[in-house]
Design a protein around this ligand. Sequence first.
Ligand code: 13P
Length: 256
Amino acid sequence: MTPDVRPLVAGNWKMNGTRAALDQIKAMAAGVDGPLAEKVDALICPPATLLYVATALSTDSPLMIGAQDCHQNAAGAHTGDISADMIADCFGTHVIVGHSERRSDHAETDHLVRAKAQAAHAADLTAIICIGETAEERKSGQTLDILKRQLALSVPDGATAEDTVIAYEPVWAIGTGLTPTVEDIEAAHAFMRAELASRFQAAGRTMRILYGGSVKPGNARELMAVENVDGALVGGASLKASDFLAIYNAYEALTA
Ligand code: 13P
């Protein structure tokens, strides 16, 4: 955790979820509607097909709804893409950009990720900018160099603690059940904090840095307690309300 920084527990449903999954959104909206919401934010990023209905189901709840990607342009001839404005129009508040699956499936570069974050900001959305090293990069001792480069190139100038969230997701930890050690996470987050503070001064000292990669109810409390870990970006365990809420509720003990 970081002093005076409000944690964010965010779920990324990836390419999962049809209308049948809306019951999970309803349960999450009800589950986060309690005293912990005064201290901890909760966000779910369902597929774009469910975005509008999901926001309608959570209007009376502190649960926020976001999207998983946006195009870098405001509008135009880009078949199959969605714009940041379209997300805002559906009452989405956040958009994930630069997830490692987009970087690998769609060859997204740091330069493109930065443009997408700028598009998100132009639509008054908070950009959740994902970074993280691959297994090979880690093995060859390049982790911090990769994080430095991705932060420098993917995060736009002028980013603020309000409009930007960093999500550190080691690629090898995504969907594998593997996580770095607490010491490794602490070192990576301390490094990112220092990089952000040197570039963005006060904004960099309070910009949220989430950890993502095999976060589960069983390890959430230990991982979220790490210094400079300001929440989680959860994949698989965010699909079920009971698991997502268990991760969110890990903050009951941490914020007591
Ligand atoms: P898992 O939690 O399934 O490992 O996925 C993490 C992730 O990629 C979230 O964006």
